[in-house]
Design a protein around this ligand. Structure first.
Ligand code: TA6
Length: 297
């Protein structure tokens, strides 16, 4: 569908508008009195969320690619049906797929955009199944994203998934992360050891890449530099991934500025590893992430 056709069919004056975004990729701009969000059809990728009167809540790299076949660096990548480098492409094919717009509507004083994609055997040899994915982006007092996976196969399927949220922070050196105390994590940044988190809040002083298993609750990111708190609330997710590449890994990514690492922190709502989703034929799984920013004082 062309941008003009998308605006004719799904545009809502002052609330939903489609344009050619970066790299001329088709982008939806969602607006309401409480803020603005941007969603690319490429990967159904939310790249921007900014509450009115506040700074952006999501980080997107100034070096990001915006082209078919490459993931956008930042925002909320959708990782499905596998996480990390289980197979190629890393984090699965959903974030590289051109999603279709299913609907747009005003809701609860805000606005919702719904996108879909078909995950079928022809997409990847590592996915010999049929599934329908639906992604709802809801903008209002907060930003909520909802990923639904319906198993259209005759057999049960297993898949990993993550809403790989890149939060924007003023300075990672002065960030505190709460909500994970007492949980067990796989420390990819510490040789893959399985460790228990004792600190609360967690402060980040080096490269961190941790998969916290059996963590279904909310997290709180306290950003002292910007005097802001971001609540990361989720449902349907039993793992939380925390990542910052720090200086040593930032330089290895061509789509990530060498000086950008202090300004971001990934807090991801996931089902990976031991919390991989097992979905019976005909059933649907839903995972959600809600982001709400507020002044610290
Ligand atoms: O979520 C953390 C992580 O799995 C890291 O290991 C790092 O690879 C990051 O995702 C970024 O992955 P990407 O494929 O987007 O470069």
């Amino acid at each position: 569908m062309t941008i003009s056709q998308l605006n004719d069919r799904f545009g809502i004056a002052g609330k939903v508008h489609f344009d050619a975004g970066k790299g001329s990729l088709t982008r939806a701009i969602l607006q309401c009195p409480q803020g603005e969000a941007h969603v690319y059809l490429h990967g159904a990728h939310v790249t921007h969320y900014q509450p009115r009167g506040d700074r952006p809540v999501l980080f997107t790299s100034g070096q990001s690619f915006f082209e078919p076949g490459k993931p956008i660096r930042g925002g909320i990548p959708i990782c499905f049906p596998w996480f990390s480098n289980t197979h190629e492409p890393a984090h699965g094919f959903a974030r590289l797929t051109e999603w279709q717009v299913q609907s747009s509507r005003e809701q609860a004083g805000g606005v919702e955009l719904t996108l879909t994609m078909a995950a079928e055997p022809h997409v990847s040899p590592y996915w010999p199944h049929k599934a329908a994915l639906t992604y709802r982006v809801r903008l209002g007092d907060e930003l909520e994203v909802v990923l639904e996976v319906k198993n259209l196969s005759q057999e049960a399927v297993g898949f990993e998934e993550a809403l790989h949220t890149y939060l924007a922070v003023g300075d990672i050196h002065h960030v505190r992360l709460s909500g994970l105390q007492g949980t067990t994590f796989v420390a990819k940044s510490q040789g893959g050891q399985s460790l228990v988190q004792t600190e609360e809040p967690l402060t980040i002083t080096q490269y961190i890449d941790r998969v916290y298993q059996n963590t279904a609750g909310p997290c709180l990111v306290e950003d002292a530099a910007w005097n802001r708190r971001i609540h990361v609330v989720k449902s349907g997710s039993d793992a939380t991934v925390v990542w910052n590449p720090w200086v040593e890994r930032a330089g290895a990514m061509p789509d990530f500025g060498n000086d950008e690492w202090p300004g971001m922190l990934c807090v991801e709502s996931a089902n990976v590893g031991t919390t991989t989703v097992q979905l019976a034929a005909g059933h649907t799984h839903r995972v959600t992430t809600t982001l709400r920013a507020e002044k610290s004082t």
